[in-house]
Design a protein around this ligand. Structure first.
Ligand code: PEP
Length: 251
């Protein structure tokens, strides 16, 4: 379902006390605000229960950063979709470029994770985006099309309705180099076009497309004002409550 969303990806940062402080500060700053978007925090897995406790008493939603593609059993270190669901986690990031790069997760493997999340009622935030050299060779449309078709286009209409896509050019993640609003709009419109071709306009118009990559309090408003940008997946700027809330208030 299409809605405006700002999601903070905390990655592997903060100790427990720091994470609790940040969740509390974000919840407190959002209290009583007339929000134009849904606000999601994605802490490390160890802190999810703490975060869902805050979510119960605030407007916050909670996302995990990763999930197993298996149901249960002898998979040491893994966390299943059923476990996330049992903590009332709402969202889960899938296919972040850091997982693609450091953990060699490819589109077919990620498709399995998307399936497990949907089976358990969680909303996948499926990430796609090209490397710098791919953009320089003007191959970014092909790369993004492949990531989306191989990772998501096995889903039926009602499954597809329940996911979010985040376009995150890898050259913009953590670099301070943001895609321009025009670049973001161009590729978001392209992604919506792919969905129109596969599922039709109605479903494409219902799909939330987030932008991620050095999005912060200074550039969020312009990015979010693009017609096909429905919000952001925020890394570095989500670790400071004041700045994150400024991003949230950028619609
Ligand atoms: C991210 O890692 O999802 C991200 C968008 O990071 P940053 O905002 O720090 O570029």
């Amino acid at each position: 379902m299409r809605k405006k969303i700002v999601a903070g990806n905390w990655k592997m940062n903060l100790d427990f006390a720091g994470a609790e402080e940040l969740a509390a500060a974000v919840a407190e700053r959002l209290e009583g605000e007339k929000l134009q978007c849904e606000v999601v925090i994605c802490p490390p897995a160890l802190y999810l229960e703490m975060a869902t406790d805050f979510a119960e008493e605030s407007v916050l939603k909670v996302g995990a950063q990763n999930v197993s593609n298996r149901d249960n059993g002898a998979f040491t270190g893994e966390i299943s979709a059923a476990m996330l669901a049992s903590l009332d986690v709402d969202y889960c990031i899938v296919g972040h470029s850091e997982r693609r790069k450091y953990f060699h997760e490819d589109n077919a493997f990620l498709a399995g994770k998307v399936d497990k999340l949907l089976d358990h009622g969680l909303t996948p935030i499926y990430c796609c985006g090209e490397l710098l050299e791919e953009r320089e060779k003007e191959n970014h449309f092909n790369i993004v099309e492949q990531q989306i078709s191989e990772g998501l286009f096995h889903l039926n209409d009602s499954e597809f309705y329940n996911l979010v896509i985040a376009y995150e050019p890898v050259w913009a993640i953590g670099t301070g180099r943001t895609a321009s609003p025009e670049q973001a709009q161009e590729i978001h419109a392209f992604i919506r076009g792919l969905i129109i071709k596969k599922y039709g306009r109605e479903l494409a118009d219902e799909t939330t497309l987030l932008y991620g990559g050095s999005c912060n309090a200074k550039n969020a408003r312009e990015l979010f004002s693009q017609p096909d940008v429905d919000g952001g997946l925020i890394g570095g700027a989500s670790l400071k409550a004041t700045e994150f809330v400024q991003v949230v208030n950028s619609f």
